[in-house]
Write a new protein. Structure first.
Length: 164
């Protein structure tokens, strides 16, 4: 908004000039109870600035907890059973699986009047799987935070802690 000022003759200066009646017209207008009043307007300016009102200090603390960790462990073992056969064979039998047993032939050449292939034994291998629960002590680390609000003079305003 532009500032408007009024001269002592009642004329406004500024960009919006209104024609001012001469002295005779003014006297005539005053008899009708009209006067020209100067208008004044004030303006306000708002400014902001940063003000340090305090500080925040954050610390973390690591706690260790002793507890039992539980888990299921699977153990696999193998049982080998030697089965004597002592049978003469023409060709070496292949490794085979019957049900859950793996059979590995064990051969031996024997010198006789004639050479023969003799099946000496078979190894019957059975796989067993066992599952059992175990408890093992373990150490875990857990952090918690402490937030302190500090006033400009260095005194603590309040402290917030997280749950342990």
């Amino acid at each position: 908004m532009g500032n408007l000022t009024t001269s002592r003759h009642g004329q406004h200066s500024g960009s919006d000039q209104t024609p001012v009646p001469d002295e005779a017209d003014r006297r005539e207008a005053r008899t009708v109870a009209e006067e020209i009043l100067p208008l004044v307007e004030e303006t306000a300016t708002v400014e902001k600035r940063e003000v340090v009102t305090g500080k925040v200090r954050v610390r973390t603390i690591t706690d260790t907890l002793e507890e039992l960790a539980q888990a299921n462990l699977q153990t696999e073992s193998i049982e080998v059973t030697r089965m004597p056969i002592d049978r003469v064979v023409e060709v070496a039998p292949a490794v085979r699986t019957e049900n859950d047993v793996t059979i590995v032939p064990v051969l031996e050449e024997v010198v006789v009047v004639q050479k023969q292939l003799v099946l000496k034994e078979e190894l019957h291998i059975r796989r067993r799987v066992e599952t059992g629960a175990v408890e093992v002590p373990v150490t875990r680390r857990k952090q918690r935070a402490i937030v302190e609000r500090v006033a400009p003079d260095g005194s603590t305003i309040n402290t917030e802690r997280t749950d342990p």
